[in-house]
Write a protein that binds this ligand. Structure first.
Ligand code: GLY
Ligand code: MN
Ligand code: MN
Length: 448
């Protein structure tokens, strides 16, 4: 096999578990992401679809994975860009058809030039298609016209596909619980992101530009052969109170905090960490009060991540700690019940506006149904799931919709870790990233 993140048995196991859930008279067609234009002749850096990476590790553009059941069981083929010297002079070397079949966990490879012909013939032998649509227009139109034509002709000829089904929910469910090998890769992603946050803490000084903190973090990712898994959020002072802040173009004054939400990708697997630190290396009393409250909430949220607990357990736990804390600090003048609300939608939500957890994996907001129909406490946690725990408190001085207490005005704090669910309790994959007040204060500004 080529130098892939997992061995052949891991990929073949995923393929078999997936295909065991597909009717044997259906064809499976899974295209990868297309290239996307940034401007004119310039493309965005390419990222393959997570389904393609999950099933066979193929990371190059335009490929289509096909599976068909025959006399010997399921056979998995991959359509790839053929070798082509002229194209390769401009765009880079291609693995090609022979390279694909020799080095990837597939049974056959074809040139993409033959996609329409081979797919049409394969469709004619089958009664249904499991296709992920809207990624490859050419493939969609071959399948859609075959389905339309054949279903019309079906009563006469009795063959050809009559239905298109989206297989992504089957794959999403499989991707929710990570294998041991996947956890190993996710740990590497978490370790690298932790080290990058430490490097950024060390490089911070009063008056630093948000973009300079971003450069310290992302330089660390690049230096390790990695890259961000989502655009880094670096918000100083009030900017930390904007949840999806991404301008990263302001200086952070002496006495202000900087909130850094940044993670990287290792072999396609995301890490997702938030830390908040004082740029001058010392929390003020007011900052420390809020920081300690968010940290206590985060620790309670992590503790709630137990096998058999409902998906919402971490959010309930963080909401409880933060609600009690806001009442004690005099921020909320109401009962605990009013702070919590009937559906965790009470007064606390003025200052803690987002959820606590999302699934993490090949996508930073990973796939899979956590709360069926978006209701209730959600499904029960299982060993192998990985989720974030990320409570925050935000006192934007600019908020006109609520009364922001003067003492905390301009403070925004979030603390986020990546947590693996195990039978022995939660394992914090990002535990190498410091978060106690003392640890942070002893690191900020210390240099490399
Ligand atoms: N970085 C996005 C998130 O924390 O969900
Ligand atoms: Mn997150
Ligand atoms: Mn995050």
């Amino acid at each position: 096999m080529a130098d892939l993140p997992f061995d052949e048995a891991e990929y073949r196991g995923r393929q078999s578990r997936f295909l065991a859930q597909i009717p044997e008279d259906n064809v499976v067609l899974i295209p990868t992401n297309p290239m996307a234009t940034r401007s004119n002749d310039v493309h965005f850096p390419y990222r393959a679809s997570s389904y393609m990476l999950y099933l066979c590790g193929w990371a190059d553009p335009d490929a289509v994975l096909m599976a068909e059941h025959g006399e010997d069981g399921w056979s998995v083929s991959l359509f790839v860009q053929p070798q082509d010297t002229l194209a390769e002079i401009w765009e880079g070397r291609r693995i090609g058809v022979e390279g694909a079949v020799a080095g990837w966990p597939i049974d056959e490879a074809h040139s993409l030039d033959d996609l329409s012909d081979v797919v049409e013939k394969t469709l004619a032998r089958n009664k249904g298609v499991h296709l992920i649509q809207k990624l490859n227009d050419g493939l969609d139109s071959v399948v859609n016209s075959a389905v339309t034509d054949k279903s019309r002709a079906r009563n006469t000829f009795g063959k050809g596909p009559v239905s298109i089904t989206d297989p992504s929910s089957i794959l999403d469910e499989m991707r929710m619980c990570k294998s041991e090998a996947e956890v190993g890769v996710m740990q590497r992603s978490a370790d690298l992101a932790s080290a990058a946050h430490v490097a950024a803490m060390r490089a911070t000084f009063a008056g630093i530009g948000e973009w300079q903190v971003q450069a310290a973090i992302e330089g660390h990712f690049l230096g390790a052969g990695s890259q961000w898994s989502y655009p880094s959020i670096v918000g100083g002072g009030d900017n930390a109170t904007i949840l999806h802040y991404h301008a990263n173009n302001q200086k952070v004054a002496d006495g202000e905090l900087v909130l850094v939400d940044a993670g990287c990708e290792v072999n396609g697997y995301a890490s997702d960490i938030t830390r908040t630190w004082p740029v001058n290396g010392k929390f003020s009393e007011a900052q420390r009060e809020i920081y300690e409250l968010v940290l206590a909430a985060e620790l309670a949220g992590i503790e709630a991540c137990q096998v058999g607990a409902p998906w919402n357990a971490s959010h309930k736990a963080t909401m409880e700690v933060i609600s009690r804390g806001l009442i004690e600090l005099g921020v909320l003048d109401c009962t605990f019940e009013e702070a919590m609300g009937e559906s965790l939608d009470g007064k606390t939500r003025q200052f803690f506006m987002h959820g606590t957890s999302h699934s993490l994996g090949l996508d930073v907001h990973d796939v899979g149904v956590t709360r069926p129909n978006g209701e209730g406490d959600g499904r029960l946690l299982e060993a192998g799931m990985v989720l974030t725990v990320e409570p925050g408190l935000y006192f934007g001085s600019w908020r006109s919709d609520i009364e922001v207490p003067d003492r905390y005005s301009g403070i925004g704090i979030r603390i986020e870790d990546d947590v693996l669910i195990t039978e022995e309790g939660p394992v914090v994959l990002t535990s190498a990233c410091p978060k106690s007040v003392d640890d942070i204060e002893s690191l900020v500004g210390q240099g490399a």
